[in-house]
Design a protein around this ligand. Structure first.
Ligand code: ADP
Ligand code: MG
Length: 262
């Protein structure tokens, strides 16, 4: 097996509900998740709506703060980093969001959106190099350069997702977490975006954490699969093993719910 890029141990995210005068209830959105991600691989994450997939994704990159657990990114204790060190480490792990309509700032041009990670990381010498990097990335993901100064609302869903992908890859990350990256898109566009992600993986040697409720997509693209239920991992293994010989009862039920395999 290749190098371990990310090691997550016993990750938890609890939400407390109920006001001051009500009985407090704790929702365990993530309840002790552990796994490793290796260089160049795709780890699929499946499970019904509400099982904690997005909470896991956001906790890993610390878009939300986990309640407990350890996140080791390369040789860094990512879960404990702050300030400049956190900013620096975040260059290596990026996320592509489910909804390309709400995840892009409507008041920024494509040029500004894709260039933002460069600006935050100060990853260029001069404006010329900045522009070159943005243009190269636009070409890589298939956005016409003449659309640089347009705003997100002028693009279709698939094109917007390409903008989101460009923003995610412009700093050459090791890991990209894709949270249902095509489920908000027309079926006709989905395969194109999946193929783009595939190509980028080969060209840039990206490791993916690929979250999807579409099991046929996961079977197609993931090397390993992790099945979640109620904030926990109930089964994990090589994709073909999980699909052809599921051990866990929940996994069996989940697989039986696929109407057909594409
Ligand atoms: P999935 O992505 O698998 O559909 P989520 O990670 O979005 O699931 O949600 C897991 C659980 O955590 C759900 O029960 C959801 O309602 C709850 N949850 C998510 N975000 C919050 C929040 N900010 N406050 C309270 N509960 C939340
Ligand atoms: Mg989700």
């Amino acid at each position: 097996m290749s190098e371990v890029l990310l090691k997550v141990s016993n990750l938890k995210k609890y939400y407390n509900s109920g006001s001051l005068f009500q009985k407090k209830k704790t929702l365990k959105a993530l309840d002790g998740v552990s796994f490793e991600l290796h260089r160049g691989e795709t780890l699929g994450i499946v499970g019904e709506s509400g099982c904690g997939k997005s909470t896991l994704a956001k906790s890993i990159i610390r878009l939300i703060e986990p309640t407990a657990g350890e996140i080791i990114l390369g040789d860094k204790d990512f879960g404990k980093l702050s300030g400049q060190n956190l900013k620096e480490a975040r260059k290596h792990i990026k996320m592509i969001f489910q909804d390309p309509y709400s995840s892009l700032n409507p008041r920024m041009t494509v040029n500004e959106i894709i260039g933002e990670p460069l600006d935050i990381a100060k990853a260029y010498k001069d404006i010329e190099e900045r522009n070159k990097k943005i243009e190269n990335t636009m070409e890589t993901v298939g956005i016409d350069l003449s659309w640089k100064n347009r705003f997100p609302h002028e693009f279709s869903g698939g094109q917007r997702q390409r903008i989101g992908i460009a923003k995610a890859i412009i700093l050459n990350p090791d890991i990209v977490i894709c949270d249902e990256p095509v489920s908000a898109l027309d079926v006709s566009i989905q395969a194109k975006i999946i193929n783009l992600l595939f190509r980028l993986q080969r060209e840039l040697n990206i490791s993916y954490i690929f979250i999807s409720h579409d099991l046929s997509v996961v079977r197609h693209i993931a090397d390993r699969v992790m099945v979640m239920y109620g904030g926990k991992v109930v089964e994990e293994g090589i994709t073909e093993d999980i699909f052809s010989n599921p051990k866990d009862d929940y996994t069996k039920t989940l697989l039986e719910s696929i109407p057909y395999i594409r």
